[in-house]
Ligand binder design. Structure first.
Ligand code: AMP
Length: 112
């Protein structure tokens, strides 16, 4: 989608600090990190949020979680949190499916 920020990052039209890329997904550091490690993993296909995951497109989600585990292992992350916000009330500000990976500080539960 030409008007989607994350589609434009995938296309290289907007610069990003890339962490990982393959044919299905892209990972890059969050521009406003909320922890010492904070990167986002997104599908290359435009999916608006978790709410739009279906039998037709869910394979990429399994792939993304494999990639998260691989990057975490490579970066030596022993404890980390994976978050996806769905809808404005939950804090979603970019409507292209993304998984935040946060690590490197104490975290509270439940989240605020
Ligand atoms: P959310 O609020 O859950 O939709 O997450 C969107 C995330 O994208 C936020 O944590 C933003 O800091 C991050 N973000 C927005 N623009 C950029 C950008 N150009 N590069 C990297 N991260 C971004």
């Amino acid at each position: 989608m030409s008007d989607c920020l994350f589609c434009r990052i995938i296309a290289g039209e907007i610069p990003s600090s890339k962490v990982y890329e393959d044919e299905l997904c892209f990972a890059f550091n969050d521009i406003a990190p909320q922890a010492p490690t904070h990167f986002l993993v997104i599908p290359k296909a435009h999916i608006p949020s978790v709410s739009a995951i279906s039998a037709e497109n869910s394979a990429v989600v399994a792939h993304i979680f494999e990639v998260i585990a691989k990057i975490a292992k490579e970066q030596g992350l022993e404890s980390y949190r994976v978050v996806s916000n769905i809808g404005e009330q939950a804090g979603q500000s970019v409507f292209h499916l993304h998984f935040h990976v946060l690590s490197g500080r104490d975290m509270t539960w439940p989240p605020g």
